[in-house]
Design a protein around this ligand. Structure first.
Ligand SMILES: NC(=O)c1ccc[n+]([C@@H]2O[C@H](COP(=O)([O-])OP(=O)(O)OC[C@H]3O[C@@H](n4cnc5c(N)ncnc54)[C@H](O)[C@@H]3O)[C@@H](O)[C@H]2O)c1
Length: 262
């Protein structure tokens, strides 16, 4: 897909990996529709990026909230004439908890629902609601591409740690749905790719204690440091531009394999 003069919908676009993605695609000439729960950050980012960016306050665990943002994006696309070229589903949360704790209490179902509703249901719901506007977009290039869906899983999809059952379940599901999504969409010339990052600097990982971070660095092969959001965003750019990337999960992890416990 060409990036310039296409609109990309980016959930979680107001912070961390989603924000770096928004900047990277915007620099390459894209129009970016940023969907995020954090209205303060979203408004700041949209005003920094200027007229080729629009922010929508969205809770991806609410179907109506996504619907309003898609409607707003489609109206914006009608004004600009820059058709939707992709979705980057970046909104996500982590909420650690052992499946059964020291007091023999099972993990609260509310905690499991919270993580699955944002990371899994929210990802699929956003994709689902954006697709009718992508399948009808003008095909581009020799192979007739219409767009690309990029999802964010995690190392936890493969080697989740203690206390990560809900998070790992959500990210494992995102990894698993990548191939059937690509298969469903191939007839429309739309691709699906998932990136599974290890530890990256962001608001989410800022909250981790020094000891936890050090133990994660120790689990890394090379480089022994957290990934930088722009390193993530550069892979997103490649995923958009490289038509052979489809139906696959790309680990972006410096050969890190997470240990059972920190
Ligand atoms: N940073 C890492 O080390 C790392 C590693 C693996 C996977 N990931 C995944 O990458 C994605 C981005 O995370 P990040 O590290 O950039 O974190 P981040 O906290 O910096 O950004 C996440 C964004 O998602 C938004 N968000 C949260 N809940 C939302 C909701 N219900 N509706 C809409 N927006 C919501 C937040 O407001 C925030 O702006 C997440 O899916 C995360 O699980 C991150």
């Amino acid at each position: 897909m060409k990036i310039a003069n296409r609109t990309f919908i980016i959930s979680g676009g107001a912070s961390g990996l989603g924000l770096a993605t928004a900047r990277e695609l915007h620099n390459a000439g894209a129009y970016v529709s940023l969907l995020d729960l954090n209205a303060d950050n979203g408004a700041k980012v949209a005003s920094e990026l200027g007229s080729r960016a629009k922010f929508f306050e969205v809770d991806v665990s609410s179907t109506d909230s996504i619907a309003a943002a898609i409607k707003g994006t489609v109206e914006w696309v009608k004004e600009t004439g820059k058709e939707i070229g992709g979705v980057v589903a970046g909104a996500g949360v982590g909420l650690p908890g052992l499946i059964i704790d020291k007091k023999n209490e099972p993990l609260a179902i509310e905690s499991i629902d919270f993580v699955l509703n944002i990371n899994l249901r929210g990802t699929l719901d956003l994709i689902r609601q954006a697709l009718p506007y992508m399948t009808t977009a003008t095909p581009e290039g020799e192979v007739g591409e219409r767009g690309v869906i990029i999802m964010i899983a995690s190392s936890a999809a493969f080697d989740g740690q203690m206390g990560q059952v809900a998070y790992a379940a959500s990210k494992g599901a995102v990894a698993s749905l990548t191939l059937p999504l690509a298969r469903d969409l191939s007839k429309y010339g739309i691709r699906a790719v998932t990136i599974a990052p290890a530890l990256f600097d962001s608001a989410m990982t800022k909250m981790l204690g020094k000891k936890v971070k050090q133990s994660l660095y120790n689990a890394m092969e090379f480089p022994k440091r957290a990934g930088q959001p722009d390193e993530f965003a550069r892979l997103v750019k490649e995923c958009v531009e490289n038509v052979m990337l489809n139906g696959t999960v790309l680990r972006l992890d410096g050969a890190m394999r997470m240990p059972a416990r920190l």
